[in-house]
Write a protein that binds this ligand. Structure first.
Ligand code: NIG
Ligand code: FE
Length: 422
């Protein structure tokens, strides 16, 4: 398919330099390159060219489909680098328990939370998991997501972890989204291993990881490194073994405590460390000069009433930041990246440009996809959002709660069109 978008009000996050950094950090996050009154040419799934309307390719436009995007912004589709969107059922009973005053940790200690999902996971057939996850993928596409990372971690037995990863592989075949898979066998210690958690770590290392690697089911490895879950030492053991299988870490770190998760992640060249609600100067220093993307999950902090990750201090220290949805049934039952964008601005005091960088190029980096996605660059995948007619780019995070996306183009094809906006 070949498409030309014309009269674009502003083409956002254009990337014209060959020597470009793989992510935006510090002050560069608040100064997104934008091209006003622009055109954009897509062919065979890729971005082929763009420029100001004064250079509009008239001849070519006569032969291909053109879309007039007057008064609309065009930006890279969201790159959501942290989700658990394959799950067997919602968990609204716990949500009510939390409203009544119970904490996430207490629910987990009682065998609820992740362990509750893992019991259900044993029973639900693979086809049902695929069908339900596909519906969630359709929903996030409608809000503008174009790439998503999905974790296992509700299996917690070798068979069930493999089942989850097979579901993710199937989603890759069926969905137009770009999908990355993460093996999260170390998401919680199952009840039967509570007396000897190291025995469960042994199972992850000796049985699960080799099989996951043999079948080529995962791009990354994750560990929930936090109080009541996995220690720094257990995390290090898992990351060392995973590295031998070529799996780079993405770590759940510092959600519940100053767990040392950030430091152990950075030491093991993690692609990202995620959550970071309990972070201070030591964590910021550990991240400085590393290639690890600090990733903040506003949905989880909102839903669990957690303290806020120190995003302003991070950006002030010259670090990059990514935002992701953490879409899961226990701590963030939403994959709506427009909501994450708004929360990034209001809760974390990110400027709209910073939050957009965090939801696009920086999210792409946190999935190892910055060469393919996350900015408007010739040769990158044509994964794009066309907004509704909106007064300014800042209106995107400002008008929280409603869908400002009119059209979503993935791999150069229109995959979602808001009927009222055609
Ligand atoms: O990122 N923190 C650990 N894992 C998920 C929650 C998973 C669940 O509660 O089901 C998270 O918040
Ligand atoms: Fe998570």
């Amino acid at each position: 398919m070949e498409i030309i978008l014309k009269n674009i009000k502003e083409l956002v996050l254009v990337d014209e330099h060959s020597e470009r950094p793989p992510f935006l950090a510090g002050p560069a996050m608040s100064d997104l390159p934008r091209l006003p009154q622009a055109w954009l040419h897509l062919r065979d799934g890729l971005i082929r060219g763009f420029g100001p309307m004064t250079t509009y390719p008239q001849e070519l436009a006569r032969e291909v489909m053109t879309i007039d995007t007057t008064d609309r912004y065009v930006l890279p589709a969201w790159c959501d680098s942290h989700t658990h969107l394959v799950f067997p059922a919602s968990r609204e009973q716990e949500y009510v328990d939390k409203i009544r005053g119970m904490s996430y940790e207490e629910i987990a200690r009682r065998g609820g939370g992740i362990l509750h999902s893992s019991r259900l996971m044993q029973e639900v057939p693979e086809e049902d998991l695929v069908e339900e996850a596909l519906a969630r993928l359709d929903e996030i596409i409608a809000y503008g997501t174009g790439a998503v990372e999905i974790k296992s971690g509700y299996g917690l037995t070798t068979e069930s972890e493999l089942k989850m990863l097979h579901v993710i592989r199937r989603l890759r075949e069926l969905s137009p989204l770009t999908i990355r898979a993460t093996f999260l066998g170390a998401h919680a210690v199952p009840m039967e291993y509570r007396g000897d958690p190291d025995r469960y770590v042994d199972l992850v290392l000796k049985e699960m990881l080799p099989e996951v690697a043999r079948q080529g089911l995962a791009d990354f490895v994750d560990v929930f490194c936090d109080t009541g879950f996995f220690t720094v030492e257990q995390t290090a053991r898992i990351l060392e073994t995973a590295a031998r299988y070529g799996l780079r870490p993405k770590i759940h770190a510092n959600e519940l405590d100053f767990s040392g998760g950030v430091q152990v992640g950075v030491q093991h060249q993690a692609l990202s460390v995620d959550h970071l609600e309990r972070s201070g100067e030591a964590e910021i220093q550990a991240l400085k000069g590393s290639r690890t993307m600090p990733t903040v999950l506003p949905g989880a902090a909102f839903f669990l009433n957690l303290p806020h990750a120190p995003v302003r201090d991070m950006i002030g220290a010259g670090l990059p930041v990514a935002l992701a949805s953490d879409y899961n049934p226990g701590s963030s039952p939403s994959g709506n990246m427009q909501l994450m964008l708004s929360m990034g601005c209001v809760t974390y005091r990110m400027l709209p440009d910073e939050a957009i960088a965090a939801c696009t190029l920086n999210g792409a980096y946190a999935m190892g996809l910055d060469d393919e996605l996350g900015s408007i660059r010739v040769g990158k995948k044509a994964n794009l959002i066309i907004t509704k007619k909106i007064p300014s780019l800042e209106y995107l995070p400002y008008a929280f709660g409603s869908n400002k996306v009119a059209t979503v183009i993935l791999n150069g094809e229109i995959v979602h069109q808001n009927k009222k906006c055609s």
